[in-house]
Design a protein around this ligand. Structure first.
Ligand code: SAM
Length: 276
């Protein structure tokens, strides 16, 4: 049997979060703040929409025609229910990026968003997405991409490997993914209690580990237990996206905020046709 998940977690569904940064109406403000023109958005697409809270709220609160895909059928079913009750004509699919991006019946898009996806997929899937952006984003269109970046996540990389390896090696399928995560976390805490050089050199790590306990397992498992987890530097991401003729436009964080968290650096990439 082929594994449709491609190493992405499907044992537990994702959280029900709404992310206003993805809203094209809000992004207009970020663009104006930088003196950039934001296009009129008639068609938009969200790749990996999760439970579909954002795509549905954005569709319900505008006249934009939204499309999207998320290969987890439980996610897509919930997202479609939301679309049905809100009465929008949003087109949501449960296809993989490879399947969805090769469809021939999609329009070209003014705006394409991917939130919490870029760092958690394989190089092959990133290439599929870049090709899609290159073919399907209109000239002057905008792409929103958020990802785990470096240096913010650099110190956490060995810890993530430890957690994932512990679950793989010491856990069993029958144990369930939540219990495997808890066991891995407990092991990591025991390890840090021995005060290894790693935690002395990276004093924020024990604090970060402690904070994990405040998150839901839905979030934690999707954040740390995918086969692929690659915090990419800004320059690497910008380099990959340049193949789709995309340039960095501005941060999607609140324009008035001077301090932006570097571990979740959100960028909007606008096409080359954008002018100052
Ligand atoms: C971390 S979640 C983010 C969900 C949503 N964007 C949000 O921020 O709430 C990543 C989503 O991408 C989907 N996904 C991962 N790999 C995929 C693939 N190859 N094709 C389609 N969907 C994929 C997962 O099912 C998951 O719902």
């Amino acid at each position: 049997m082929t594994d449709w998940t491609d190493g992405y977690v499907a044992d537990i569904d994702y959280t029900f979060g709404y992310y206003s940064e993805l809203n094209p109406l809000r992004l207009r403000l970020a663009f104006l703040n930088r003196g950039l023109h934001f296009p009129e958005v008639g068609t938009a697409c969200e790749l990996g929409f999760g439970q579909g809270m954002s795509v549905n709220l954005h569709a319900a609160a505008s006249i934009v025609q939204w499309f999207g895909t998320d290969f987890n059928p439980a996610h897509t079913q919930f997202a479609r229910q939301l679309a049905a009750v809100s009465g929008t004509n949003t087109e949501l699919f449960d296809q993989s990026f490879a399947e969805f991006c090769s469809r021939t019946d999609l329009p070209n898009f003014d705006y394409i968003a991917l939130h919490g996806v870029w760092s958690w997929i394989s190089d092959e899937n990133r290439a599929v997405i870049v090709d899609f952006l290159q073919r399907k984003l209109k000239a002057g269109g905008v792409v929103y991409v958020s990802y785990n970046t470096q240096p913010g996540w650099a110190a956490m990389m060995p810890m993530r490997d430890l957690l994932a390896d512990h679950a793989d090696i010491m856990g069993s399928q029958g144990q369930g993914i939540v219990s495997r995560f808890d066991s891995a976390l407990q092991f990591a805490e025991q390890l840090l209690a021995t005060k290894p050089n790693y935690s002395r050199d990276n004093p924020l790590i024990p604090e970060r580990l402690e904070k994990l306990k405040g998150h839901s397992h839905r979030y934690l498992v999707h954040e740390y237990f995918n086969r692929n987890w690659q915090p990419l530097s800004f320059s690497r991401t910008a380099g990959l996206l340049s193949a789709a003729k995309l340039n960095f436009a501005c941060s999607a964080q609140k324009p008035c905020r001077i301090f932006v968290p570097i571990n979740r650096f959100a960028v909007i990439i606008g096409s080359k046709a954008l002018s100052d």
